[in-house]
Design a protein around this ligand. Structure first.
Ligand code: PLP
Length: 415
């Protein structure tokens, strides 16, 4: 880990104060041209001494705008401080977590996984249009049936066809034979340009797709393809728990990655991360964005610099080793939970590097699912699965209570 360090509270506070000092100060300077200001002091308590010990609240009040992408070209001068911290976040994630080479990546803090996934599709669509004069009809999105619905939103917005690849019911793995026949059929229908969304932990199962499986099939055809990894949920878990993972920029098949900081990292909402290799993000340059100094390469326009500071604070409060320990604690709890389910002979799916356990619904009564806030796979009466996510707040005692109730309900059933 070259960049992912742990800083003391004092060091964190100092860096944030420095960053805010180089953000345009609406209180004391005369910034006449920006359509922004700090939060309204007539409404919010913006001067409390408590803020001195609360660097994130202070950042929200200073209200910097991290508009644009800061790994490339120039950026707005007015918000340099919070942009610098964002750049450090992107560097840690691209280099340390996903093994990118020095300065071989671009990225920004998007509003969430939805935006980051759509940003990827938008880049590839424009890339195929520019490089190959491809038409929309010649392009297709491929993703497993367990893929997040944001990909359907993206397909709809961008006018692209989306084809679902079936997975094995129990293993939640892509059916390679089905993928092969789907691709052969798409080629015969004139598709030439493919965008793959490969999951690094699906929302419902925590299942992980192997991008090399997609690549292996697509390579046999006269096709161009690019692979985007949707690690919205798994991005802060899987690369940590699976040391031999091949899902990173060291794998030439991987072109871009989504990670959400507002899920596992517990950052405030509005903190998804988009990462890609150099040379791709320029495909979505909006030339008309003339009032923004620097290039506008992002789907979102104005966005909160405080959010970037929040992610920075979390990463550098833990450091890599602190985060590693935290995730491994959750994994131990998940393993404990699975052993208990095994003892009760309950069927479930679990990816061994993830903290999601998805139970077959025939073992779980609707009442029990409600009582413990289990999330069903579908709300339409056809539900076959319920998931448990072992997050920070889910402790063994909580799991134990659930297991006791589950056992009682099983006894009821057989009685
Ligand atoms: C949550 C999630 C998303 C969407 O993220 P938002 O941050 O809610 O926009 C996309 N993909 C996966 C796998 C997710 O779990």
């Amino acid at each position: 880990m070259r960049y992912w360090k742990k800083y003391s509270k004092k060091q964190l506070k100092k860096r944030i104060d420095q960053a805010l000092a180089s953000v345009v100060d609406f209180q004391n300077s005369k910034s006449l041209g920006y359509p922004v200001s700090k939060l309204d002091e007539n409404v919010f308590n913006t001067n409390d001494t408590i803020l001195n010990e609360a660097p994130l609240l202070k950042s929200f009040i200073a209200n910097p705008n991290n508009i644009g992408c800061h790994t490339l070209g120039k950026s707005e001068e007015a918000f340099k401080g919070s942009q610098e911290l964002e750049k450090e976040v992107i560097r840690v994630l691209a280099s340390d977590l996903f093994k990118a080479e020095e300065n071989a990546y671009d990225g920004y803090i998007a509003t969430g996984g939805t935006e980051a996934n759509i940003q990827a599709l938008w880049i590839y669509r424009n890339y195929y249009q520019k490089e190959y004069k491809a038409t929309l009809d010649e392009m297709v999105i491929l993703a497993s049936e367990d893929t997040h619905y944001s990909v359907y939103k993206g397909a709809n917005l961008l006018g692209l066809e989306n084809v679902s690849v079936p997975v094995d019911f129990e293993r939640r793995e892509i059916c390679v034979e089905a993928l092969e026949s789907i691709v052969a059929e798409l080629v015969s229908k004139g598709k030439k340009y493919v965008m793959v969304i490969s999951n690094m932990a699906t929302t419902m199962f925590g299942s992980v797709d192997d991008p090399d499986v997609y690549a292996g099939v697509l390579r046999k055809h006269p096709l161009q393809y690019r692979i985007h990894i949707d690690g919205a949920f798994g991005g802060f878990i899987y690369p940590i728990t699976h040391k031999k993972s091949t899902i990173h920029f060291g794998n030439p098949e991987v072109s871009s990655i989504t990670i959400d900081a507002h899920k596992m990292l517990q950052a405030p909402y509005g903190t998804g991360v988009f990462l890609c290799r150099k040379g791709l993000i320029e495909n979505v340059l909006t030339r008309e964005a003339q009032y923004v100094d620097g290039m506008d390469l992002t789907l979102v326009g104005s966005r909160s610099g405080a959010n970037a500071i929040a992610v920075w604070m979390i990463l550098f409060s833990y450091g890599y080793y602190g985060w590693f320990e935290k995730i491994n604690t959750l994994l131990l709890r998940t393993e404990w939970f699975c052993r208990q389910l095994d003892a009760l002979e309950i069927d479930y799916f679990r990816e061994p590097h993830m903290n999601i356990v998805t139970l077959r619904s025939n073992f779980v009564t609707v009442d029990l699912a409600h009582k413990y806030g289990l999330v069903p796979e579908s709300h339409d009466g056809q539900n076959q699965w319920y998931k448990v996510i072992v997050m920070d707040h889910v402790e063994i005692q909580d799991l134990e209570k659930f297991l006791n109730d589950l056992q009682d309900s099983l006894v009821d059933k057989t009685a």
